[in-house]
Design a protein around this ligand. Structure first.
Ligand code: NAD
Length: 233
């Protein structure tokens, strides 16, 4: 069975993706050879991207965040565009992503569940005023609201819970899907990775460069680049 044939037979496809979907847009993932976790920092990225670190060392958090997480010049790649097209054609019902870069929406996808939030939403912790990612990029040290409060990205940091409405939407979409495409994720970040366990539909495919815990459980494994595979559909 090919992916093309699975897609022809399906009408409620859900795509579940991670950082590997955006590497072809130039945004590094976390766990690949050239990923962020293999680079040398005096404090590990998991620590910097934690809630405790954010509140204790807000300026240092933002130095890292602006440098490594805010990739505002990145453009959607072939994978993002192919998924938006499948949605327009009425084949794909939802994108569930662990990414925070907003590239699915930039490519035209509408029903996107951002499990880990988005760099494009930023909120003053004191007065709740909203700020753009550009505001964060241009700020120095800890970004401050006009009211004096610290502005925090609506990104789920290690140690923080996921947004419950987003989780419900994602889980319902996966539970309802007749085909699941999992791609560009090591499936090592929980609870997000566990959500694919709700899939009970017919066809499942995994597109990933490296092995994942889902390899043995899905119908088809494609070892390749997500953008190249999806643009071939
Ligand atoms: P990960 O770094 O743990 O795993 C990425 C996986 O994608 C790896 O298995 C790698 O082999 C694969 N991969 C990389 N490029 C690929 C490509 N072009 N084609 C196919 N496979 C490719 O990423 P994760 O599982 O998403 O977990 C990391 C966490 O980091 C997520 O929670 C996410 O929020 C966050 N993150 C987000 C971004 C982003 O928004 N673009 C970037 C880095 C990390």
């Amino acid at each position: 069975m090919t992916i093309q044939r699975m897609i022809r037979e399906s009408g409620k496809i859900v795509f579940f993706g991670g950082a590997g979907v955006s590497t072809e847009s130039g945004i590094p993932d976390f766990r690949s050879e050239d990923g962020l976790y293999r680079q040398k920092y005096s404090v590990p990225p998991e620590t910097i991207l934690s809630s405790d670190y954010f509140y204790a060392h807000t300026g240092a958090f933002y130095d890292f965040y602006r440098d490594k997480m805010l990739c505002l010049s990145a453009k959607p790649n072939a994978a993002h565009f192919a998924l938006a097209k499948l949605e327009r054609e009425g084949k794909l019902s939802a994108v569930v992503t662990q990414n925070i870069d907003g590239l699915h929406q930039a490519a035209g996808s509408k029903n996107v569940f951002e499990l880990h939030g988005s760099v494009h939403r930023n909120t003053c912790l004191r007065c709740k005023k909203q700020y753009s990612a550009e505001f964060i990029l241009k700020s120095k040290g800890a970004p401050r609201c006009a009211c004096g409060g610290i502005v925090k990205p609506d990104v789920v940091l290690y140690g923080e819970p996921l947004d419950s409405a987003t989780v419900d939407g994602a889980v319902n979409a996966i539970r309802d899907a007749d085909m699941l495409i999992v791609a560009g994720t090591s499936l090592s970040v929980y609870p997000a990775a566990g959500f694919i366990g709700y899939f009970q539909g017919k066809h499942s495919v995994l597109i990933n460069r490296d092995e994942t815990p889902f390899d043995d459980r899905c119908e088809l494994v494609v070892r390749g680049k997500v953008g190249e595979v999806l643009s071939d559909l």
